[in-house]
Design a protein around this ligand. Structure first.
Ligand code: GLN
Length: 239
């Protein structure tokens, strides 16, 4: 089997080593003998069809540059999301999946609207460990580290990844963390996210393979003792 993965704008949005998510996705495919077609997409590149797209987080300044790049590829990205491609956006990248991100005293950053959400800058930064309870993964938790001032609000058919058990999540008010609309996923969890959440990495890989081959794929389990020990160690931490 084969999977094609695009890493969007790693030179601009890669805060807190978010590229660890791409390394995890590639390794967990290669360990299973799944061939990976990998493409790094940088400023000026035309975005092509892929099974899975990843974009990391970054400060408002880098988001401004990436916003223009994403908007110039908006119709392709919207078509890909409608066609079932998997998207994972972390923090700043997540914010640009929605309709807009309104920073403090700066122009609104238009997003690509592949999920029904919007973000406005808050008055404080949320910084610390986060534990989220989910209803679609086993184990039913996601862990990571948040550092954002943006407050994200979900609308319509866009649902959260889960409920915050420790930390703030999307906006520190509604108790939600992250977002999902069809196969488009966003989250505030840095860390990077997937090395300590191997079950979520496999979930995304299975969705991307299903998109490519048109049928459900169940991955062979890997020995995730170390990864899950790291996962559980974060669950015990709090702010
Ligand atoms: N600039 C955005 C915010 O502060 C995103 C930050 C990030 O990607 N960590 O909310």
């Amino acid at each position: 089997m084969k999977i094609s993965i695009a890493h969007l704008y790693p030179k601009l949005l890669n805060l807190y080593g978010d590229m660890g998510n791409v390394i995890t996705l590639k390794k967990r495919c290669q360990w299973r003998g799944i061939e990976v077609d990998f493409e790094e997409v940088n400023s000026g590149d035309k975005i092509k069809e892929h099974d899975l797209y990843f974009i990391g987080g970054g400060q408002d300044k880098q988001q401004e540059e990436v916003k223009d790049e994403l908007l110039s590829n908006k119709s392709e990205l919207q078509a890909q999301s409608k066609d079932g491609a998997v998207f994972l956006g972390i923090c700043g990248g997540y914010q640009l999946f929605g309709h807009y991100y309104q920073p403090h005293d700066k122009d609104k950053l238009e997003g690509i609207s592949i999920m029904d959400a919007y973000t406005v800058a808050g008055n404080k930064r949320f910084i610390g460990n986060v534990t989220v309870k989910t209803d679609f993964l086993t184990p039913n938790t996601l862990v990571g580290f948040e550092n954002h001032s943006g407050l994200t609000y979900l609308q319509g058919g866009t649902k959260p990844l889960g409920i915050v058990r420790v930390g703030n999540g999307n906006n520190g008010k509604d108790g939600f963390e992250g977002a999902r609309f069809h196969n488009v996923f966003g989250t505030y969890l840095h860390g990077s996210l997937l090395p300590k959440n191997p079950h979520f990495a496999d979930y995304l890989i299975e969705l991307a393979l299903e998109k490519r081959y048109g049928e459900k794929v169940k991955l062979e389990p890997l020995d995730d003792n170390i990864e899950l020990a790291a996962h559980n160690s974060v669950i015990c931490k709090s702010y």
